[in-house]
Write a protein that binds this ligand. Structure first.
Ligand SMILES: [Zn+2]
Length: 266
């Protein structure tokens, strides 16, 4: 299994990261993508990749500015991002996008930062990891101008409408599903997970967030909430398999192969 979206550098893992990584490998996780969210965490992303790449785990490093963190950036953020890409020829750009949850972050600022980063992805021929929570429609409109300039686009934690799903599929994007598919009330997400063409389907945990029903917590955070971990990816795989009426092994194998193609072009 390949966990297409995590934040393994998150401080919530600091006390348990080694054991969480070892448990992931023991639970058949063969690779994961670790996405940064702001210039302040990119060094931590690089450390995780360098430290754990040797554990029989392929780690894809993502560098990007998440839509929540587009304000008050250091002046040289774009140079730092270019440097990170130049230092790692297989690094991807993410997590970037638009967000409709935190309404306090001006949408124009989010869109401007997204476009800067998409230009960079096109110039450096790097895949991108998109966040579109409650903004999928607007995100589609922005992406229309970039779809054929970027080698691969992953819509992470997809939760848009059936119509948006079809548009993203037609644009050749990968759609990645997180633990919310395990919630029987998440009808829209479950319907999408059942319909995405197998060749464009990915699964993720979004660790340390989106703890799935039935999962094993890596720890609890300061507010006593369970911290998610990659070994819980099996719950996502099993649910997607049930929804599509195929075996969990098929979902595990196909999504792992799709992730390698999307992230590494292999
Ligand atoms: Zn994320």
């Amino acid at each position: 299994m390949f966990d297409a979206h995590t934040h393994m550098h998150d401080p919530r893992f600091d006390a348990v990261r080694e054991q969480v990584m070892r448990r992931a490998v023991a639970d058949q996780i063969t690779g994961l993508c670790c996405c940064g969210t702001a210039p302040s965490d990119w060094a931590a992303v690089r450390n995780v990749c360098e430290r754990y790449n040797s554990l029989n785990l392929v780690i894809s490093a993502g560098y990007g500015v998440h839509p929540w963190y587009v304000e008050n950036l250091p002046d040289d953020w774009i140079c730092t991002l270019e440097e990170a890409l130049e230092n790692n020829p297989v690094a991807v750009i993410g997590e970037i996008g638009l967000d409709g949850i935190r309404k306090s972050v001006p949408r124009e600022r989010q869109a401007a930062l997204l476009r800067r980063q998409l230009e960079l992805a096109a110039a450096h021929h790097r895949p991108v990891i998109l966040h579109g929570a409650r903004a999928w429609g607007e995100l589609v409109a922005v992406m229309q101008g970039y779809a054929d300039k970027i080698p691969a686009v992953i819509a992470h934690g997809f939760s848009g409408s059936a119509e948006i799903m079809r548009t993203l599929i037609d644009m050749g994007f990968y759609l990645s599903f997180a633990g919310s598919v395990c919630n029987v009330k998440a009808a829209k997400v479950r319907a999408a997970a059942a319909l995405v063409p197998l060749g464009q389907l990915l699964v993720e945990t979004d660790s340390p967030d989106i703890f799935p029903a039935g999962g094993t917590p890596a720890a609890v955070d300061e507010r006593n909430r369970p911290v998610n971990q990659p070994s819980n990816l099996k719950f996502v795989c099993n649910t997607v398999a049930e929804l599509r009426q195929v075996s969990a092994d098929v979902i595990a194998d196909v999504t792992a192969s799709n992730a390698r193609t999307a992230l590494f072009g292999t």
